[in-house]
Design a binder for this molecule. Sequence first.
Ligand code: NDP
Length: 284
Amino acid sequence: MAELISGKVVSAKVREDIKIETAAFKKEYGTAPGLAVIMVGDNPASAVYVRNKHKACLEVGMTSYEIKFDADISEDELLNKIDELNADDNVDGILVQLPLPKTIDEQKVINRISPTKDVDAFHPQNVGKIMIGNYTFLPCTPAGIVELLNYYNVEIGGKKCVVIGRSNIVGKPMAHLLMERNGTVTVCHSRTKELKEYTKDADILVVAIGKAEFLTADMVKPGAVVIDVGINRRDDGTLAGDVKFDEVEKIASKITPVPGGVGPMTITMLLKNTLTAAKQHKNS
Ligand code: NDP
């Protein structure tokens, strides 16, 4: 049976450190690091993520600003709000919860966030800095996965790593971070032919496609480390990952559960980036 890679356990430890550092920051500067989260519309999944981010901020002693707009807000109104937050000294990090309504150009909104407050690391300037290995922020989900692998002593160097999914927020940066840590990385996607040939060969398998229980045991090499990024809602309302956990845990050496795996780490890395941003703002 696979060892469980618990995002809950690792998150609790990292958040404890962030809490201590936040208290020290407050003592030094008389103010707490501040994170502004903008939500447009009432997507229920986004509402849960925004609520969790707000709660996590407060728990470590940071200030959280929740800004909600109706789905019919204009792009200009949203951009103006970002300008306002960019200029606000109390705000160190700005996050726009995605997806945005189709009427708004998502990339334009991301481009408007000051790169020094872009705690999601989605701004092209930050993406470019990551590519050349000279970054301030790492994207939260892939960074959280690297923390998990480190904590559970999973050696990446020289290992065959397969990432399924090539999104800008998970798949692509994940592949890059594994490559940077000397993994030999293959990226698969919906056009990959004979997917199983790749997945069966992987020592470390990261699945980020958004399809409930897609990865079955016959696609996994015995002893592989399996990281499940997927968050999918079943018809009965319960959560499922992209991995068929009950089957795969029997042959993997280590595996993340859903919930309680990658999810908590994503928020923890957001807190870490906010603290980094706050320190940089005070020292600039
Ligand atoms: P996207 O929809 O942006 O990307 C999905 C990727 O999966 C695409 O690259 C797509 O390929 C690929 N894909 C889809 N179907 C298949 C298939 N049958 N075989 C192989 N590849 C396939 O999703 P995200 O990257 O944003 O998110 C992925 C999942 O992770 C979602 O469930 C999301 O909810 C979850 N998530 C979880 C987070 C967490 O904190 N735990 C954070 C962010 C996301 P192609 O490019 O060819 O279309």
